[in-house]
Design a protein around this ligand. Sequence first.
Ligand code: NAP
Length: 306
Amino acid sequence: MTQKKQEDKKVKTAKIIDGKEVSKALKDKIKKEVAEIIDKGEDGPHLAAVIVGNDPASETYVKSKEKAAHSVGMMSSVYRYPENTSEEELLKVIDFLNEDPDIDGFIVQLPLPGHIDENKIIERISPAKDVDGFHPVNVGKMAIGQPGFLPATPAGILELLKYYNIDTEGKNCVVLGRSNIVGSPMSILMSKKGYPGNSTVTLCHSKTENLKEITKNADILIVAIGKPGFVTEDMVKDGAVVIDVGIHRVEDKESPKGYKLVGDVDFENVKKKASYITPVPGGVGPMTIASLLNNTLKAYKKEYYK
Ligand code: NAP
């Protein structure tokens, strides 16, 4: 076969952004620092989680956060309350955790039962212990570029971009989805001065018109819309960096579990066009918990709030 024919046969494929590798590197760094703190005779960081009700997905998330905290040598506590816990009772738990000097940071696992106002609960958390980065003070600090706790998933995506030295300056970055926990903060962070950032950002949502025309212009496409396989090859520019935040269980008769995990991006086809892409699982997912631990270490060191 001639060299030309061999080259034509080569299937172009994106470099896989390995979230497991990057999260391991971040967790190893945290673990080392926690060990040094404990060696000095201090207790080290303590992360707490509050869970209300019996949502199996929330239970799984809290368990994996607890396991991850232990894996880096941090203390972790879980406060479990029944579904019928009142808003008033939950606010008292928040007040208790805010005051407890042994707890450095805590999260309230969402969603909460319908009778509890999530915003009221989030606003009661001390910004200094808000390691999820959801309190309006931390959101405001992020928006004006002051140091504070960043929400875990967007912070994890920034780590992925840094690890792979992905150029963001002057690039067209399109974010799909405007949730408070992913899309909206991601769009703010990518537009900030500095690295990763300095991008020209477009934020898209369900009311966006001509979505494909916009996504096709993206040098960096960050997808958090919660629809399996929504982003197809024809929506992606040649050589784009594609970050897939979505995570869904879809039926898979060939898998022993009966299901497989997929993202918001049609991975198999889009990877032929992208320059970099995150897989699901093993892309953004592992970064979220690593970023939460990173925030907890920062809370312990009082890096942002003295
Ligand atoms: P979400 O609250 O589910 O909101 C979805 C967003 O997508 C909304 O802003 C919605 O627009 C927009 N949207 C829906 N359909 C659209 C369409 N056809 N075209 C354009 N935009 C559309 O978002 P989320 O909480 O960020 O979650 C998104 C996905 O990420 C989910 O699969 C979730 O499980 C996953 N997730 C993963 C992690 C992780 O650690 N890997 C963390 C968080 C979330 P409107 O605002 O107009 O309704």
